[in-house]
Write a protein that binds this ligand. Structure first.
Ligand code: ATP
Ligand code: MG
Length: 443
């Protein structure tokens, strides 16, 4: 992509409304544009990151055996009346009337929609189990939308659902999703700690929030200090096996949200507990027959008896993750994208568009990188060198190739690694090779 033809409205000044660093950099780097309180356009640069995350989430959902579907954003109020949540959900729900005066709503979540689907189509225990998911917009009329996409009103969420014949089987679905979340967040380069969370009136311990520690987080959490030394490792997981032992291992170190944590009855000595702030990036929840019972989602069991389907729901805040990753990975100059979610792999910074040698070298490298399938952004704007270098740091692309007249006279371009700030002078060919070889290996 040529930057001269890319829509990237970079801001020179820090926007006054941004209270946290991710919001500031997302606005400054031209990733998002607010249209109403808590509602944003995902601009091209931001969307590229969102889609990278989207893809990793989907791959890991598929791997765990969940199938993707897509539900409507507008839902019929009747299904929420059946579940009993139409009134209890409160002002978070955006209610809408259609031209026939029928009550509709913009879905804040989809348990009712899924349970209705199960009630309509799943008749026998033989139709179970299954897991489905989608990645789609939700609307919650948050009382205080803030921090940019961290707490939006319209936001982008992965929501998944499982349906099983009984609690024992539902637990297995829960462990699968739990494992898939461990893998998903590790692949995203995020340290997400599974914390015991409030399971409402469900009881049991099958509700966990996945929380990334951050000073700017809105949740208060309590964890054993050993969590500080745990690295986000990706384990190979055999989803056909019983994953309870893995689940037990991952949850063996104490971590809990403030709703669950009880200092008086905590199994961990006070001296070993850390109180921290965190960002909730995912949530897994077994809700049993809470919706299937009132909504009549029953199946005939092997013994011929009708039983309510046992269900669970599993959310990931995909748009919130974009901001969370920035909170965890930035410096004063801008964002530092982990490779796997970066909007581009490399940015070519041509310091002097008027210099023939620079223009020729940059255009040649750009063409070859594109041909090799490397995600490259070519800064060919008619701007001062300082502005271009500033943009490159701000948008956080992992690799910068800086092409200037003085270096080229010696036959060199400068290769800069954004995360470590390491620079080396190498020939354009060596630089090219480095990226095209890595691309070939990845393909
Ligand atoms: P919170 O406690 O932050 O309000 P929640 O517990 O109500 O979130 P869930 O219903 O568990 O949210 O939704 C699943 C995921 O969606 C959350 O873990 C979070 O990452 C994300 N999410 C929830 N609300 C928002 C929002 N207003 N803006 C962006 N992401 C959100
Ligand atoms: Mg939650």
């Amino acid at each position: 992509m040529r930057l001269s033809k890319f829509f990237l409205p970079v801001l020179k000044e820090d926007p006054a409304e941004a209270q946290i660093v991710s919001h500031k950099f997302m606005l400054r780097a031209g990733m998002i544009d607010q249209t109403s309180a808590g509602i944003y356009i995902w601009l091209p640069l931001g969307l590229r990151v969102l889609e990278k995350i989207d893809r990793i989430v989907c791959e890991e959902q598929d791997r765990a055996g969940s199938s993707k579907l897509m539900m409507p954003t507008l839902q019929d109020a009747d299904i929420w009346r059946q579940s009993g949540r139409y009134d209890s959900y409160g002002d978070l729900m955006l209610k809408i009337k259609d031209r026939h005066d029928r009550d509709m709503l913009y879905g804040p979540t989809n348990e009712e929609q899924i349970t209705k689907m199960v009630a309509d189509h799943v008749k026998s225990y033989r139709d179970l189990p299954f897991m489905v998911y989608q990645i789609q917009h939700k609307f919650r009329d948050e009382i205080r939308p803030r921090f940019g996409v961290m707490r939006g009103r319209e936001f982008y969420m992965k929501d998944g659902y499982s349906a099983d014949i009984d609690h024992e089987n539902a637990k297995q679905a829960y462990y699968k999703m739990f494992a898939s979340y461990m893998r998903t967040f590790a692949r995203l380069g995020v340290k997400a700690i599974p914390m015991r969370a409030d399971s409402g009136d469900m009881g049991g311990d099958l509700s966990h929030e996945f929380v990334m520690l951050a000073d700017t987080g809105e949740s208060e959490v309590f964890l054993h200090k050993d969590w500080m030394d745990v690295d986000p490792l990706i384990e190979d997981i055999d989803y056909d096996k019983n994953l309870e032992p893995l689940f037990d291992k991952w949850t063996s170190i104490y971590a809990a949200t403030d709703e669950i944590h009880d200092p008086k009855n905590c199994p961990v000595p006070e001296a070993e507990i850390i109180q921290s702030r965190g960002i909730e990036i995912g949530h897994v929840f077994n809700f049993g027959t809470k919706y299937s019972e009132p909504m009549g989602a029953t199946v005939t069991g092997p013994d011929g008896k009708e039983v309510s389907v046992h269900m669970g729901s599993y959310g990931i805040g995909v748009s919130r993750l974009v901001a969370a990753i920035i909170e965890a990975s930035h410096d004063d100059a801008g964002i530092i994208w982990p490779e796997q979610v970066a909007p581009f792999h490399v940015v070519l910074v041509n310091l002097n568009m008027a210099d023939e040698n620079c223009a020729k070298t940059a255009a040649d490298m750009y063409q070859k990188l594109q041909a090799a399938g490397v995600e490259v952004l070519y800064d060919d704007r008619d701007e001062r060198a300082g502005v271009k270098l500033g943009t490159a740091d701000l948008i956080g692309v992992p690799w910068q190739v800086v092409i200037g007249p003085r270096g080229l006279e010696k036959g060199f371009v400068e290769l800069k690694h954004r995360a470590t700030n390491k620079r080396e002078e190498i020939s354009p060919d060596v630089a090219l090779n480095k990226f095209t070889a890595a691309q070939k290996q990845a393909a």
